[in-house]
Design a protein around this ligand. Structure first.
Ligand SMILES: Cc1ncc(COP(=O)(O)O)c(C=O)c1O
Length: 415
């Protein structure tokens, strides 16, 4: 597969031209949020300069243009994940809101006292806490698929064992934001469906980085965030199978989600609008389409290929350094992980590691990465450092990270 032209891509991202502490800026925190290309920034400008109006309601020209652009963006989002039906594409604020929406509607209607909800040990808080809130309210039980420590993926033995309890829903991440592990969500869905469970996939770290097809996976719900894939913050997606969405009550009441209202009652609007009450994030929704155009021009398969190569390069460089512990799959298996590498440097606090990276002009993450049960409970760490890659990163960025690790070791006298 032909590689991607990272130098040309870098030129599209104005922020990558700045200097931090006198050094050219290197951004290695795309798992938290991605940077935005000029095309996206200009599309925001264009919307406000040329056709800012509320959607669905106006009969004047710019309102119709805004409505069409918003709907067109949903078509692009749907096509990206393998559905032609915009009825199945609900715009929410982010992954977190998408998962909460499922827990508060589908969960509220389908989970009863004593029911089991199955998630995994490697979930982000966004795919733990909504289920804990629901379980507390309903008197349900949350079970966890264990991590296979050797293989750094979910244990199928543990999955089998937990599925024997007949959970009503299985909710798992496709890619871990800490370990980078890629879970075989197609296989997990197939196993879960045998027992009749609904399946939700957290696609926050997968949809921006690789081809994802909801039909191939067979899941009922998929949630992901625009801001991790070149779009602005405040726009995300909940995909849901139509037959499930049809039977779910709306979460919020108000404008746009209704067809009719009288003094006593209302009837709901068609999908997906039933779940989009009030004025939407119109700017974010429209510009999400521009972000997807940008990613499609590169191609999701090529993006994935680029990240596998870069991750291999980085693992080769980092794992060999004395005093460093890398979490997740070993370097011989970069195909099994996304472009995320968490690590510790002997006896140095991860926040100090991140500060020294910053001194070197490099942005990385340090902390529990909103996955405390995994980082603290399973890995036994208070915090870890993390580098994560995207389309605008190259080997030179990794070399800069390795130099910064050398700086950390020098400052803290790590042997
Ligand atoms: C695996 C995973 N799930 C969910 C989220 C939550 O995403 P958001 O904050 O955009 O809702 C994140 C964010 O980092 C994540 O990595």
């Amino acid at each position: 597969m032909k590689g991607i032209d990272v130098a040309a891509i870098k030129r599209d991202f104005p922020i990558l031209k700045i200097k931090v502490n006198g050094r050219p800026f290197v951004y290695l925190d795309s798992a938290a949020t991605s940077q935005k290309p000029l095309q996206v920034i200009e599309a925001i400008d264009k919307y406000y300069n040329e056709y800012n109006a509320n959607i669905h309601r106006g009969v004047y020209q710019i309102a119709e243009r805004a409505t069409e652009a918003y709907i067109d963006s949903k078509r692009k989002v749907g096509a990206l994940i393998g559905t032609r039906a915009i009825e199945e594409v609900i715009y929410v604020r982010n992954t977190t809101e998408g998962i909460n929406l499922v827990a508060m509607t589908w969960g509220d209607q389908n989970i009863k006292k004593g029911d089991h909800i199955l998630i995994s040990e490697m979930e982000h808080h966004s795919n733990i806490v909504p289920w804990q809130i629901l379980a507390k309210k309903k008197g349900a039980v949350i079970d966890y698929i264990k991590l296979d420590r050797q293989r750094c993926e979910l244990s199928y033995e543990s999955l089998e064992k937990e599925l024997a309890k007949s959970p009503k829903i299985v909710a798992v991440t496709q890619v871990s934001n800490v370990l980078g592990s890629i879970n075989d969500v197609k296989k997990i869905t197939k196993m879960a469906k045998k027992g009749g469970a609904a399946v939700l996939v957290d696609g926050a770290q997968s949809v921006p980085h690789m081809p994802v097809d909801v039909n191939a996976i067979g899941c009922d719900f998929l949630a992901f965030s625009g801001h991790k894939m070149l779009a602005p913050t405040g726009i995300g997606v909940l995909y849901g199978k139509r037959e499930l969405l049809d039977n779910m009550e709306p979460l919020f009441g108000g404008g746009d989600m209704i067809k009719t209202v009288d003094f006593q009652s209302f009837t709901t609007n068609d999908l997906p609008w039933k779940f989009e009450a009030g004025t939407s994030n119109i700017e974010g929704g429209i510009v999400f389409g521009t972000a997807i155009d940008y990613l499609n021009r590169i191609g999701m398969a090529r993006i994935r290929d680029h990240e596998v190569k870069l991750t291999r390069y980085a693992l080769d460089a980092i794992e060999g350094v004395r005093g460093i512990k890398v979490y997740g799959c070993p370097k011989s298996e970069p195909e099994k992980r996304g472009g995320v590498i968490s690590f510790s440097i002997n006896k140095v606090h991860p926040h100090d590691v991140a500060s020294i990276f910053d001194r070197n002009g490099i942005a990385i993450r340090a902390g529990h990465h909103c996955a405390m049960p995994l980082v603290t409970g399973v890995l036994g760490q208070g915090a870890v450092s993390r580098v994560s890659f995207y389309i605008y990163n190259d080997e030179r960025d990794v070399d800069r990270a390795v130099e910064a690790i050398g700086d950390v070791k020098r400052v803290f006298r790590v042997a």
